[in-house]
Write a protein that binds this ligand. Structure first.
Ligand code: ASP
Length: 366
């Protein structure tokens, strides 16, 4: 049973958190501004889609340079106004462009992953950074991880409450520390030392996520997967090096201290030049238990399975222990074959091919 707190009580908790945070932390600007979206292209002929017996949606695309997701879950046309749907498509396009631009400039795939995820973290539409969901104490506690497929270098953060762009902190940990995963206050201290931008908790407040928390409390629900919009990215740079990253606010009404798969290497994020780069979204507990992204890599390495088949098997394994609608994954192999696999009604997603065609999609039947 969830802890129940009245809305005014929650608001004062939030206000208190903001006051403490304001007194304790100094905001430092780090991230460069990123441009907004203009248009969306759909209908790439290289895309094949199969509705498998097990009801996974599987899409395979060749010659992909960069791809993103903005979360898998129950996404129905009737729940999105045409305006909101367009906002999502624009935001997905912006993210794909941001990552692609870095690769075109000759930057590493990790820089491209960071750039794309930063745009989604800065948007209130996604459950990462600005639009993060609330935990049971009406706080936002954010997780992220990034991995370099060439070196297997990894950086991850969990339970951060004042980091504007957790994926940038994860990259900083990867590049400028001897560690892989930093949590909570320690991660934020490291961020302050490294000049990563900090914000107060009120930065993360959005009416939409607040209402989700209120309805979770009204229903006295335990935390559950359903609220989508965790974000992730995978890419390959000009040297052929793969990278993957994931960033999230976790699950609405999650218990304080709960950590999902997104900051866990091998669960939410994995990249290895010998196989593939992947980012997952779904019920984190199941994805940790099945080590989903590493499982895809292992199937490719030991069984020689193509990336889409390996990703399908890995998602099926989450169903074996968790039932239906567990989530999805994006995976890009070292030959630039991309797979989107999900067992939910939709997944916010997009990619760009070698020849620069950008495609974004939301629903499972697109
Ligand atoms: N995997 C995330 C978590 O469990 C949630 C999501 O993907 O929506 O924290």
């Amino acid at each position: 049973m969830s802890r129940l707190i009245s809305a005014p009580g929650l608001r004062s908790l939030l206000a208190a958190a903001v006051t403490v945070a304001t007194a304790a932390l100094v905001a430092i600007t780090l991230s460069p501004g990123l441009t907004s979206a203009t248009s969306t292209s759909q209908g790439n002929t290289q895309t094949t889609k199969a509705q498998a017996d097990d009801e996974n949606t599987t899409e395979r695309v060749e010659n992909v340079v960069f791809a993103i997701h903005g979360g898998a879950g129950t996404i129905r046309r009737e729940d999105l106004t045409p305006e909101l749907e367009q906002e999502y498509r624009d935001a997905l396009t912006t993210a794909v462009r941001a990552g692609h631009r870095e690769i075109q400039r000759g930057k590493d795939s990790t820089a491209a992953v960071e750039a794309a995820i930063n745009t989604m973290e800065d948007s209130p539409l996604f459950n990462s950074g600005k639009g993060a969901v609330f935990n049971t104490d009406a706080e936002n506690a954010l997780d992220a991880s990034i991995m370099d497929g060439e070196t297997l270098d990894t950086g991850a953060v969990t339970g951060t409450k004042h980091i504007k762009n957790p994926i940038s902190l994860a990259l900083e940990i990867m590049e400028n520390s001897r560690h892989v995963l930093l949590a909570g206050e320690g991660a934020e201290l490291f961020a302050q030392h490294r000049g990563i931008e900090l914000v107060t908790q009120d930065y993360f407040f959005t009416e939409r996520r607040w209402e989700s928390l209120m309805s979770a409390k009204d229903g006295e629900s335990d935390f559950e997967f359903g609220e989508t919009n965790t974000v992730g990215a995978v890419g390959v740079d000009r040297d052929g090096d793969l990278a993957a990253g994931t960033s999230t606010g976790g699950l609405t009404n999650k218990p304080v201290g709960r950590i999902g798969d997104s900051p866990i290497v091998g669960a939410g994020t994995y990249a290895d030049n010998d196989t593939m780069a992947a980012s997952a979204t779904g019920t984190g507990e199941l994805f940790i238990r099945q080590a989903v992204t590493h499982d895809i890599s292992a199937q490719m390495e030991y069984l020689d399975r193509p990336v889409a088949e390996a990703a399908g098997v890995a998602i099926d394994k989450t169903e074996e222990i968790g039932g239906e609608d567990t989530g999805g994954v994006i995976a890009l192999d070292h030959d630039q074959n991309l797979a989107f696999v999900f067992n939910t009604s939709g997944m916010y997603r997009g990619y760009v091919t070698e020849d620069g065609e950008i495609v974004v999609k939301i629903f499972g039947d697109e």
